[in-house]
Design a protein around this ligand. Structure first.
Ligand SMILES: [Fe+2]
Length: 308
């Protein structure tokens, strides 16, 4: 089966490896409260940049949001003299709130996510009984990427790959020789993302991961999360496709789809839901915006009882 989007991504990485195209610079900000890696990637020649998977601080007990984590990104972008072209989301996260609209107000950039976000909006719009004012057409975003859509960051070529399984809408962004893979693979010693959220599917996740693993071994891989594997005392968020193929504990070369699906399904059955799933999904399905205020001017997060 021909996969022209993958072939384009491979050629793009090889061009950087051969010195025929520039490599992007990546700076990562790791939020230990939600175990999330926010990446700022830029073209050193033009200083154009993208921010990938940002974090809005949220204290569940008080319902307070703050911008301490996102402010670090703003400070870095300004100090480095970067111009933000894109605010990219690999998917609608269930474990942290996105700071993309706030960052967009500070720094600019077009907000983008995968086009299948409309399916996520449809599912969670129902679960949270969001009402007709909640558009389920992706219109909260400036750009909806399809598999194989090409874009650029300054002079650096980039391509979006649809990698569903964790959610139906997950995207990986291959920017020069760097792949930002969202919730698919984690560090080799930790394994893979869960596939049991509404619309998730373990076999689909396996096929998406095998597709990413077809990228050149030297492809730099940047993760969305890290949880420190047993025996590792520091957080890590960068690896390579070669290291994943050789050593990923869930899905190294030689693991079959059947074996992966059985392992993933059994493991997912033991996991509790993320602490911030209720606020995260309600905010992130709206492109990172809080729900509209009620008549008293206050915004509320709902909790459906005995539903999730
Ligand atoms: Fe996720």
């Amino acid at each position: 089966m021909s996969d022209s989007a993958l072939a384009t991504a491979i050629a793009q990485v090889q061009k950087v490896e051969q010195g025929l195209a520039p490599a992007p610079v990546v700076r990562t900000f790791f939020d230990e409260a939600t175990f999330t890696a926010t990446h700022v990637v830029h073209d050193p020649a033009t200083r154009q940049a993208a921010i990938i998977d940002s974090v809005l601080d949220y204290e569940a007990a008080s319902g307070r949001t703050s911008h301490t984590t996102a402010q670090k990104v703003v400070d870095y972008v300004r100090d480095a003299g970067l111009e933000v072209q894109w605010q990219l989301e690999t998917h609608a996260h269930a474990d942290h709130l996105s700071a993309a609209p706030w960052l967009q107000a500070q720094l600019g950039g077009r907000l983008a996510i995968g086009t299948e976000i409309v399916r996520v909006q449809s599912v969670f719009g129902k679960i949270f009984n969001a009402g007709t004012e909640f558009a389920r057409d992706g219109s909260q975003f400036d750009r909806l990427f399809r598999d194989g859509d090409r874009f650029s960051i300054g002079g650096i070529e980039a391509i979006a790959l649809h990698v569903p399984g964790h959610t139906p809408a997950d995207m990986a962004f291959v920017i020069g020789d760097a792949a930002f893979i969202g919730d698919t693979l984690f560090m080799p010693d930790y394994g893979t993302a869960r596939a049991d959220f509404p619309g998730g599917e373990a076999r689909q996740l396996f096929r998406s991961i095998r597709r990413l693993m077809a990228l050149p071994d030297a492809t730099r891989v940047f993760l969305c999360h890290d949880y420190k594997a047993p025996g590792r005392d520091h957080f890590a968020w960068e690896t390579t496709i070669g290291a994943e193929r050789q050593g990923n504990i869930h899905v190294h070369d030689g693991v079959s789809e059947d074996d992966f699906a059985a392992m993933r399904t059994a493991r997912d059955a033991t996991l509790s839901l993320p602490n911030l799933i209720m606020p995260s999904v309600q905010v992130n399905m709206r492109g990172g915006r809080l729900p509209e205020p009620e008549e008293n001017g206050t915004r509320y997060i709902k909790i459906p009882i005995n539903t999730l």
